[in-house]
Design a protein around this ligand. Sequence first.
Ligand code: UDX
Length: 434
Amino acid sequence: MSDRQDHPDRLTVGVVGTGYVGLTSAACLAHLGHRVTGVDIDARKVAGLCRGEVPIAEPGLDTLVAEGLARGGLAFTTDLRALAESDVVLLCVPTPTGPEGTADLRAYDAAVDSLAPVLAPHCVVAVKSTVPVGTTARTARVLGRPAVSNPEFLREGHAAHDFLHPDRIVVGGTDPSAADRVAALYDGLTAPVVHTDPTSSELAKYASNAFLALKVSYVNVLAELCERLGADIADVAETMRLDPRIGAAFLSPGPGWGGSCLPKDTRALLHTAAEAGVDFAVLAEAVAANRHQHERVVEKVRQAVTGSTEGSLQGSRLGLLGLAFKAGTDDVRDSPALAVAARLAEAGAVLTGYDPGVDRDGFPGGVVQLVDDVTLVAKDAAGLVLLTEWPEFRELDWPHLADLTDHATIVDTRNLLDSATLTRAGFTYFGLGR
Ligand code: UDX
């Protein structure tokens, strides 16, 4: 209590769930001066966090955790009762996709139920987990206290940076003083704050991610059109980027969008729309276009490796460069690289894969033999397929890799490499949309 009088703006904050959203939020809120306790049911994880061991690869997060622990503003426990004094409790438990595209709220509901007897009367609950529209209002009813929707917009690989430099903060609550308390968590950050109702706030999160998916699907189909017409997607996209109404980001063609958020959130939004009786065909089409993109990459590889649209990939040794869903992460969940790999394997190809971020611990195995040396991917390969845009791929010893292959053919699904450099190195180079 005396501490809070010394620091009138400092809040006592509980964070339930110390996954990538919860741990990032806890460490960053401690950095902003709040007194934060992170709670997780995983005792081993909590023990590690108490020693400053950060289980996820997020740049800067280990420093923030170490700083919080050292200053005493950050603690971890498995005991929810530690949140009894909290002014705000953030719900950051996972909400994976369940059957039919709906979110699986079992972990979320269990957390809410266990919190009910613990929280002080004045405590406000903030919902950071991405939850179906209506969940925040239901949570308020279950707990008999104000609940505020406060979605996160953290990119994997940039989570701590994004938390401390947000584009916007969304606070969706019906009780003004509860909403103000949640907004006060972010005092000191310079970002516009959208004050709204919980339903709009929940929808805003889905709407943002689904729109990003739509943008990438749009550019991927456009790249296909460029190939047919003899246009260059790089120049077409650059022209679009220069229009501030369109925006510069998310206009790079690739093997399809993936990761732990975009596929899950588009499915959930489609489900919400269907339940509400709204035909969100443009979004359904973006999902279909994404599947088509995986297939299109396979057909491109078939053409590049066999020289024909009818050629067989049966027994062809293919080397995959990149398996993570994007560069800068070790995450292969819903990775487009693996979606393409599954289809190549179905077509009979024998696959070896290398990714600078992925090791055997985090890799599900399956149709790709993971190797930790890029030369093993090239050795005797009938072709290489670049699937993740790791910048270091540009610096590889391409002439040496060309020598190691059986056929120096490469399909660069991210348009990452310089075609002239690859051609000089001896490769027959294929990009997307050019
Ligand atoms: C996303 C949102 O960006 C973030 O705001 C939200 O909170 C969580 O979901 P993340 O899943 O980390 O973040 O990945 P993101 O960087 O958005 O990329 C999503 C997918 O789209 C990746 O597979 C990426 O490779 C692909 N992508 C992105 C493209 O193919 N082209 C682009 O131009 C941009």
